[in-house]
Design a protein around this ligand. Structure first.
Ligand code: NAP
Length: 336
């Protein structure tokens, strides 16, 4: 039986998830859409047989026709919809961020804990990427010894003029921050941010940014965000262990050797690099939702990401090392 999904916010990624739910994955029917721009919701619904348009996200969540909810509206609106889905007892997939303030993230955690079981999955798709899954398995196997350093690089060819230095942390490095927690199975305790000489292609933007995250167990995480690097969307990751090193391989399926050169394609954007990870992520959510369950990255993971990016923004502004202070982790999230 299909899960009847309602999608709130049908912009770029909302439409991409609808394509995924209706054309790529199995077990879902998109029965409802909503967007602050009603005409946009109507345009998207027209392409879906029988999908109903709701004037507000709250009405969509309350509808009996909707079993589970996808939240892909602007980040500022996520907490309201996630809280409404929890109140309705419906599984909800929320694109990152879970919420833009620590207070709102905490409210989601409190509501879910009061509900008594998990309903929220946050859109950290890298946890479903085959390369990162293999890297995690290598660490867990003990093949490279205890992990000491995670070097992560997040490189974009270019960003729009509206992109700010803070966004390099909040929108870009947030994925590396979550990945570090996933790979090292540990929590951050402090963040510092430095920048070298600016990339001249980025105007006044502090680009690249270099973030150093200290983990509770003593491991260090370095995150390079270079968002005007021209050559491609390149995601690098390397774990340095006590007895070995494991790195993400290149993501392209073939390499070409020709005219004394050795080459392969570098993806040009996150959709190309992580398309399959998004499919696996949403399929995992659907399979669990069909059982009335939620697995995957949790509201706790969303909360920690926001606490760390808040600390990172303060570190950019002050130039200081900023401690990361987390609330006590509720038992609901300990085994996940
Ligand atoms: P987008 O193209 O601007 O789409 C957002 C949509 O939500 C727009 O149609 C917007 O309408 C609508 N909206 C705004 N406020 C709303 C409200 N109160 N209720 C219902 N709809 C509302 O943005 P996007 O790029 O798709 O990003 C959406 C979210 O996904 C963001 O949180 C972003 O960080 C996240 N995202 C995650 C990844 C990832 O790597 N996991 C990648 C891309 C995006 P108007 O434009 O008419 O205002």
């Amino acid at each position: 039986m299909s899960v009847h999904v309602g999608v709130i916010g049908v912009g770029m990624i909302g439409q991409d998830h609808i394509r995924r739910l209706t054309k790529v994955l199995s077990g879902a029917e998109v029965v409802a859409v909503s967007d602050v721009d009603l005409s946009q919701a109507e345009r998207v619904a027209k392409e879906l047989s029988g999908a109903r348009v709701f004037a507000t996200g709250e009405e969509l969540i309350a509808s009996k026709s909707v079993d589970a909810v996808v939240v892909t509206s602007w980040g500022l609106t996520h907490a309201t919809y996630v809280l409404a889905a929890i109140a309705a007892g419906k599984p909800v997939f929320c694109e990152k961020p879970l919420a833009t303030t620590q207070g709102d993230c905490s409210r989601v955690i409190d509501a879910e804990v009061a509900h008594g079981r998990r309903l929220v999955q946050v859109g950290f798709m890298r946890r479903f990427d085959a390369h990162y899954v293999a890297l995690k398995a290598t660490i867990t196997s003990g093949a490279i010894g205890a992990p000491l350093i995670f070097n992560s690089a997040h490189r974009n060819p270019s960003v729009p003029a509206s992109y700010t230095s803070e966004m390099a942390l909040v929108d870009t490095a947030v994925h590396d921050i979550d990945t570090a927690r996933f790979l090292l199975d540990d929590e951050p305790v402090a963040v510092s941010v430095k920048s070298p000489r600016r990339n001249s292609r980025g105007g006044a933007l502090s680009d690249p940014l270099f973030t150093l995250m200290e983990m509770r167990g003593g491991a260090l995480v370095t995150i390079e965000t270079s968002v005007n690097i021209a050559y491609g969307y390149d995601i690098r990751g390397e774990i340095v262990g006590e007895t070995g090193v494991a790195s993400l391989a290149e993501s392209n399926p073939i390499i070409v050797k020709s005219a004394s050169t050795f080459s392969g394609r570098v993806p040009m954007d996150w959709k190309e690099r992580f398309g399959r990870a998004f499919d696996v992520e949403v399929q995992a959510w659907l399979i669990a939702a069909a059982r009335g369950e939620v697995t995957g990255p949790s509201a706790w993971d969303g909360y920690v990401a926001t606490v760390v990016t808040d600390a990172g923004v303060r570190a950019i502004q002050s130039g200081e090392r900023v401690p990361v202070t987390l609330r006590e982790q509720p038992a609901l999230y300990r085994a996940s």
